[in-house]
Design a protein around this ligand. Structure first.
Ligand SMILES: Cc1ncc(COP(=O)(O)O)c(C=O)c1O
Length: 401
């Protein structure tokens, strides 16, 4: 067996299942889960129609890993409309079967485990795939803490020079999961300077980019690079997905864009891995990328929901509307003294609401688990259900003074 497999950590939901196993939720309440970050709004009709229409011819041939020119063009045109960014669809865009597999494949492509101390830096808390990708590539993850005092921006300055010097890959997540924080241009400037100095590649996970609550849409990595005169996107690849933008997590469709030389190597890796996208999914994806109205409607639904739920919860716990994403990243009240797992267990037992303990989304590093004392609440269900959950959480906190 590959010995690196034993270094993988259990997934947060596995740990949650174990944590909750001895608990009998209060049967007076129907279960509501704010645990899993899976989009629940309806999938757009136009995507379903394109998918079924493509069945006629779409199953009879092997697809190319590069995807069709039409799909790559649709992705490039979307980047142009959304970010004002110019990419060459033949060399700077590659379709992927959702960003999860691509984020994983990326580390396997760019990491050279034979170089001393191969290191992957990622935020803390973070999306667990970054860690697994780093470990299976033979690298060691280094966790950079997010700072609640600065809107959960990652404290890149806390990473020692010696760590940057052996870093080969940096994962960033903007808008962040679970914090919802969006990286401003100055943060990008800092990271590009570090990448220039130390030669590491930046993987920019942007799968929540279309669900935002401020007036201006989140800045993208390629957009930041363009604004800073780095229009070849050297050592930068952005990861974008339809899962959240278009409510189609089951479609498994996204794309990566950026540094052409890196994408060429990623294409080589993916060709052997067998990661080509089904032609049926490619056709549906073109329809999705070419339509913006369903994305605007989807965002409006999230905005209305967050506008109702956030103030309710903010009346009993430290929580605020995030920049973007579909999570609330809340501090558990003082009574629980930072014990986020106890908070989650007691809430389930008394009110049958599931939230994810923040410590399960982060690692203990440099003497601190920056997720500890927080819970993540995914507001993915319909507004009425999220409101009901919020009302129960208010009651729960008020009845446990
Ligand atoms: C931060 C982050 N990145 C990537 C993904 C993967 O999304 P997908 O593979 O559906 O594109 C998720 C899914 O929850 C996520 O939260």
């Amino acid at each position: 067996m590959n010995p690196l497999l034993s270094r993988l950590q259990p997934y947060p939901f596995e740990r949650l299942r174990e944590l909750f196993a001895p608990i009998t939720p209060n049967p007076a309440y129907a279960p509501i889960s704010l645990g899993i970050g899976e989009p629940k709004h309806a999938a757009p009709e136009l995507v379903k129609q394109a998918l079924t229409a493509a069945l006629g011819s779409g199953l009879s041939g092997y697809p190319a890993t590069t995807g069709t020119p039409a799909l790559r063009q649709a992705c490039a045109s979307w980047l142009q409309r959304r970010y004002g960014v110019q990419v060459n669809p033949s060399t700077q865009v590659l379709p992927v079967n959702g960003t999860r597999e691509a984020l994983f494949a990326f580390a396997q492509t760019v990491i050279d485990p034979t170089r001393d101390g191969a290191t992957v830096v990622c935020p803390n808390p973070f999306y667990q795939i970054y860690e697994g990708a780093a470990l299976l590539s033979g690298a060691t993850p280094y966790y950079a803490p997010s700072d609640p005092a600065r809107n959960f921006a990652v404290d890149w300055d806390s990473v020692p020079e010696a760590v940057w010097a052996r870093t080969q890959l940096l994962y960033v997540c903007s808008p962040g999961n679970p914090t919802g924080a969006v990286m401003p241009l100055d943060e990008w400037r800092k990271l590009f300077a570090l990448s220039d100095r130390y030669g590491f590649v930046i993987a920019s996970d942007e799968c929540y980019s279309e669900i935002y609550f401020r007036d201006e849409p989140p800045l993208g990595g390629l957009e930041a690079a363009t604004q800073l005169g780095r229009s070849n996107f050297e050592r930068l690849v952005a990861f974008t997905s339809l899962s959240k933008r278009s409510n189609v997590p089951g479609l498994r469709s996204g794309f990566v864009a950026g540094d052409a030389a890196i994408l060429q190597q990623l294409l080589l890796y993916r060709t052997y891995h067998g990661s080509a996208m089904s032609p049926v999914v490619q056709t549906a994806s073109i329809a999705a990328w070419n339509d913006e109205q369903h994305v605007i409607d989807n965002r409006a639904q999230y905005r209305a929901k967050f506008a109702q739920v956030t103030p309710l919860l903010a009346s009993v716990m430290d929580v605020a509307l995030p920049d973007a994403g579909f999570y609330l990243w809340a501090a558990v009240p003082e009574r629980w003294q930072g014990r986020d797992t106890d908070f989650a267990c007691e809430l389930l037992a008394q009110y049958n609401v599931t939230v994810l303990p923040g410590s399960y989304l982060a690692r203990q590093a440099q003497g601190l688990n920056p997720g500890q004392g927080r819970v993540r609440m995914a507001l993915v269900a319909e507004t009425a259900e999220c409101l009901e959950a919020a009302q129960r959480i208010v009651q729960f906190i008020q009845s446990n003074p």
